[in-house]
Design a protein around this ligand. Structure first.
Ligand SMILES: [Zn+2]
Length: 307
């Protein structure tokens, strides 16, 4: 997942352009010149750096996920040895995970049980000297959130969860920076961006959910093992409704999705998940059918049951 914001890219030059006109009309030629120069500089910057913006990442090859930077420390934790007591999980989730707080009381023990099981199945590698106990808990909780309505939730193809302190490097096919991706048998995340996703639970951006959506798709349709049958069967309905929304988003300006989501259908899927959980009302308003098909696909409804 990368950060692009088509609104920002559009509004900044428009604002500066209007400011330039206003200065000209007011006879403030010096200021008009300065703002024109800024506008020119901004456009030049965009043109120059556009092709080098962060590239993601659904690398469905079996290669190594990232450029192996030998200078990075690496701490390995085997989930089966972590043994978090329920009280500690609850404390961490209550503090940082709004989704857990919004669950009905009788669903919370189920969430904890699934979370414990998920953690036990994974190997966590943290590429930083500062390791937080929240790391395996919260990253795993993102997977449990996405799959909470499904029967199968362990994503067994993804044995490894790699956590980087911030954006990390990938060298293949081109050198670029990532805030998250899935690759080979690993789900890779920038801890900084992951936390931001949950610190702002209604802005429609959540890299944890985004990457878990890629992982779930991969587990179901590429690996085709340990499949959740409901999910697989319902996915074609989602695809039909999503295709319509995808084309609408491509033709209108300032839609619900980011420019990045229009890159390909995989990104559209992952961003649909982010919006479903973080902006359910807006999604339901703009694309009612799409919202309904996601609700049946994931068997949960952020608008009513647990938000
Ligand atoms: Zn993506």
């Amino acid at each position: 997942m990368i950060i692009t914001n088509k609104h920002r890219r559009f509004w900044i030059p428009l604002g500066v352009f209007l400011l330039t006109i206003w200065f000209v009309l007011e006879g403030e030629n010096k200021l008009a010149f300065i703002s024109f120069f800024l506008l020119f500089g901004y456009i030049f910057f965009i043109v120059l750096f556009r092709s080098e913006t962060l590239e993601e990442g659904v690398d469905y090859s079996n290669g190594l996920p990232v450029a192996k930077d030998e200078s990075l420390p690496c701490h390995t934790y085997y989930g089966e040895e972590l043994n978090f007591p329920d009280e500690e999980l609850t404390e961490i989730l209550t503090k940082h995970f709004p989704y857990f707080n919004s669950l009905p009381a009788d669903n919370k023990p189920i969430f904890l049980k699934r979370l414990t099981r998920f953690i036990a199945e994974k190997t966590f590698k943290v590429y930083d000297d500062t390791v937080f106990r929240e790391m395996p808990v919260l990253v795993s909780a993102a997977a449990i959130q996405l799959t909470f309505g499904l029967e199968k939730y362990l994503l067994p193809h993804f044995q490894f969860i790699h956590i980087y302190p911030q954006e990390f490097m990938r060298s293949n096919p081109v050198l670029c920076l990532l805030e998250g991706n899935v690759s080979g048998r690993a789900i890779n995340l920038s801890w900084k961006h992951f936390l931001e996703g949950y610190a702002k639970p209604t802005d429609g951006q959540n890299v944890g959910l985004h990457e878990m959506a890629h992982a779930l798709y991969y587990q179901t349709f590429i690996v085709e093992e340990n499949i959740d049958k409901n999910f697989r069967d319902q996915y074609s309905n989602f695809r039909t409704d999503a295709n319509k929304a995808y084309h609408t988003e491509k033709t209108i300006y300032g839609g619900l999705y980011s420019e990045y989501a229009e890159k390909n259908f995989q990104e559209f899927w992952a961003e649909s998940i982010e919006l479903f959980f973080e902006k359910p009302a807006a999604m339901n308003r703009n694309y009612r059918q799409l919202y309904a098909s996601l609700r049946s696909l994931l068997k949960q409804d952020p608008l009513t049951s647990n938000q």
